[in-house]
Design a protein around this ligand. Structure first.
Ligand code: IPD
Ligand code: CA
Ligand code: CA
Ligand code: CA
Length: 272
């Protein structure tokens, strides 16, 4: 029995319930138009009022459902808990898509526990939800329970051949990172079926999980980008590795795909 006081299944229900409510809210706010509220680390790294409001609603709902858990969110929430469970939240993953009304932005909510070796942030998700309100698609998983899309089990493509792989990636907001990411894309593009930059890391992980792309890699992800998505992908049977065999995935690198593909992908991306 786990030391924490709730089943992963019950935590997943909390995550999906809140993600659905907040997703509907940001979708409704989007219809009224969106302004950039502030620039963050750089001019291209933006936040809107909807990001902030969504994080407030999620945090309040989590505090009500689970008053003693911790909560960490991209827009500044940092509440210490006493249960061993910390919720890791991205209120809108894909804010740039949101700004342009591209229908691929998601709400990502994960319940995590401490696990030094699991991911770079030292945490492991045991339940999580990624919700796309534009398509009304709810991806969810709890540890040991498999992954689902709108209630039905999902499976990845199982493609182990890089040359015929559709590979998703993402780009961070700093110029140095983007220069490096451009060089990687330059090297990788002739070796794959194609590359997609869909704009939401949480969604990218779910796209691998349900077989809409074969693989995904990114450098510079934050815990809120990947917490729920990595659990959904892992529970769907996807393999996730870091930059070295002895290094947990996360910041800097994460390679996501079939067990027979991720090492080849890593070798090509790192140019080793
Ligand atoms: C970003 C998205 C994007 C990824 C960036 C993230 P945000 O999150 O997930 O796909 O490439 O690294 O920062 O800022 O839209 O929540
Ligand atoms: Ca952001
Ligand atoms: Ca994000
Ligand atoms: Ca965000």
């Amino acid at each position: 029995q786990p030391a924490y006081d709730a089943s992963p299944e019950s935590l997943a229900l909390i995550a999906t319930t809140i993600a659905r409510t907040v997703g509907a809210r940001i979708h409704e706010l989007r219809a009224r138009g969106v302004d950039v509220a502030a620039a963050k680390s750089s001019a291209v790294d933006i936040v809107t009022e909807a990001d902030r409001e969504a994080e407030r609603i999620i945090t309040e709902a989590l505090r009500e459902a689970r008053p003693n858990d911790g909560v960490v969110g991209e827009e500044g929430t940092g509440i210490e808990g006493t249960t061993g469970i910390t919720w890791v939240v991205d209120p809108i993953d894909g804010t740039v898509n949101y700004l342009y009304n591209l229908p691929m932005y998601t709400v990502s909510i994960a319940a995590t526990v401490a696990d030094a070796t699991a991911y770079a942030d030292g945490r492991r998700a045991i339940a999580g939800a990624v919700y796309n309100p534009s398509s009304d698609e709810m991806f969810e998983a709890f540890e040991g329970g498999g992954a689902r899309l709108n209630g039905s089990p999902i499976t990845p493509t199982g493609n182990t051949d890089l040359a015929t792989s559709l590979v998703a990636t993402g780009f961070g907001y700093t110029v140095e990172r983007r220069t490096m990411q451009g060089e990687i894309a330059h090297r990788l593009l002739p070796q794959v079926r194609d590359i997609r930059r869909l704009g939401s890391a949480a969604n990218d992980l779910c796209m691998v999980a349900c077989g809409r792309v074969d693989a995904y890699y990114e450098i510079g992800l934050q815990p809120w980008d990947y917490a729920a998505g990595v659990l959904i992908a892992t529970e769907a049977g996807v393999t996730i590795i870091g930059a070295h065999d002895n290094q947990a995935p996360g910041e800097p690198f994460m390679f996501v795909g079939d067990a027979g593909l991720v090492h080849t992908l890593r070798t090509q991306v790192l140019g080793a």
